[in-house]
Design a protein around this ligand. Structure first.
Ligand SMILES: NC(=O)c1ccc[n+]([C@@H]2O[C@H](COP(=O)([O-])OP(=O)(O)OC[C@H]3O[C@@H](n4cnc5c(N)ncnc54)[C@H](O)[C@@H]3O)[C@@H](O)[C@H]2O)c1
Ligand SMILES: [Zn+2]
Ligand SMILES: [Zn+2]
Length: 374
């Protein structure tokens, strides 16, 4: 079938993207779903920093590629062998499918599925196939999703069925920002009620972490960013204190207000300095969680001594250490009960023609979470 999609053909173009247009809006071909695959009509797709790093070249992807990996859609056709989904189902794909057979899937860590991670790196679906093409040339899939499009073919093993009554512009965000940010707090950090939390980088992922920390009964929730607008916004999501990371006295202010540092720090900025800062703001015995994803060559500089002598921990968090079939319904329930204000996080609804400019805004640290409605 012919569909409209946003294709990235060249990474690393100079901005403003409004003028250079790295994402070209094209009519491309999408094949029908094959075995254990599902065709979905995209209802909404959030813009994530992990799309921006593909555009600016920070994290190189196979090209050309159809970006977008945070979405919700309606099943319009199922491929052979699919029994768990049918036409009309409202579904959220996770950006890592789960083979159910590899060691990581078997121990309950599907975000690290070996087969899906391998496919994501290659820009294929988990089957190894590519369903997107144009004029005979294959286009790559972004994280098995490719949601900046009218339709997508995805593995059925990435899908979670949800209730129809959740507005698409909110539901989409559970596919990445909410799973990642809330999951980093609830799953990866192992938070206990009464602990203090700092979130470094208050974008879509970070504000989800702020909301989850508040919902989990944190004593204090600190938001730290370099952008004052984000800090202002963070207060509406449950932050009790906000700090600008560029303030030279920030560290001593954080130590003073928390009595020596926070129990848990979540890094969600995607730059090494932010992870170093996250480590520095934790207290003795504290836990630092890295959720940001910069270029794979980037390194951090932290105190080896403090890690050992103060029994601090440093953990990575991918997809919020979530099991999507367990955690998406749980997080949606928190949203329904008013404990995750994802409605406030979804800022503007945009169309295909606004995509490039929206990534200019994200590059400047502006906008909370723009959502494409194709
Ligand atoms: N681990 C995962 O599974 C996963 C999933 C999604 C996104 N990510 C990554 O998480 C990060 C955040 O994604 P997002 O979509 O929320 O991004 P975003 O662009 O919406 O937000 C990033 C925020 O970090 C702030 N920031 C930048 N430099 C900073 C610094 N030095 N100190 C403090 N704050 C700083 C920005 O001002 C911005 O508010 C990215 O690296 C993204 O690739 C990881
Ligand atoms: Zn994402
Ligand atoms: Zn697996």
């Amino acid at each position: 079938m012919k569909i409209k999609a946003a294709v990235l053909r060249v990474a690393g173009l100079k901005g403003p993207y409004r003028d250079t247009k790295p994402l070209s809006i094209e009519t491309v071909d999408l094949d029908r779903p094959e075995r254990e695959e599902v065709l979905i009509k995209i209802a909404a797709a959030g813009l994530c920093h992990s799309d921006l790093v593909a555009i600016d070249g920070e994290r190189p992807k196979p090209m050309p590629i159809v970006l977008g990996h945070e979405t919700v859609g309606v099943v319009s056709e199922v491929g052979p062998g699919v029994t768990a989904f049918e036409e009309g189902d409202y579904v959220i794909p996770s950006f890592v499918a789960s083979c159910g057979k590899c060691e990581m899937c078997r121990i309950g860590r599907p975000g690290l599925c070996v087969a899906a991670s391998d496919a994501n790196a290659k820009g294929t679906l988990m089957s190894g196939g590519q369903r997107l093409h144009k004029n005979g040339a294959r286009l790559y899939h972004h994280s098995g999703v490719s949601a900046f499009a009218e339709f997508a073919v995805v593995s059925e093993h990435s899908l979670v069925k949800i209730d129809h009554n959740i507005p698409a512009q909110h539901a989409a965000l559970f596919g990445c920002a909410v799973m990642t940010g809330a999951g980093a707090v609830i799953n990866t950090s192992g938070i206990k009620a009464g602990e203090s939390v700092a979130v470094i980088g208050a974008g879509g992922v970070g504000l989800s972490a702020v909301m989850a920390a508040a919902a989990a009964g944190s004593s204090q929730v600190l938001a730290i960013d370099i952008n004052d607008e984000k800090l202002h916004a963070a207060k509406n999501f449950g932050a009790t204190h906000v700090f600008n990371a560029t303030d030279p006295d920030m560290l001593s202010k954080v130590k003073a207000v928390t009595g020596g540092g926070v129990h848990i720090a979540i890094e969600s900025a995607g730059v090494p300095q932010a992870l170093e800062l996250a480590f520095e703001v934790t207290r003795i015995g504290g836990c630092t969680v890295a959720a940001g994803l910069p270029n794979p060559e980037k390194k951090i500089n932290i105190s080896h001594f403090l890690l050992g002598a103060q029994e601090r921990t440093l953990k990575g968090s991918y997809m919020g250490s979530c099991i999507p079939s367990r955690d998406i319904p749980k997080l949606l329930n928190m949203y329904r009960q008013g404990n995750l204000a994802v409605d406030k996080l979804a800022s503007d609804i945009i169309g295909f023609d606004d995509l490039n400019e929206a990534f200019d805004l994200m590059g400047k640290g502006g906008a909370l979470r723009n959502v494409l409605v194709p």
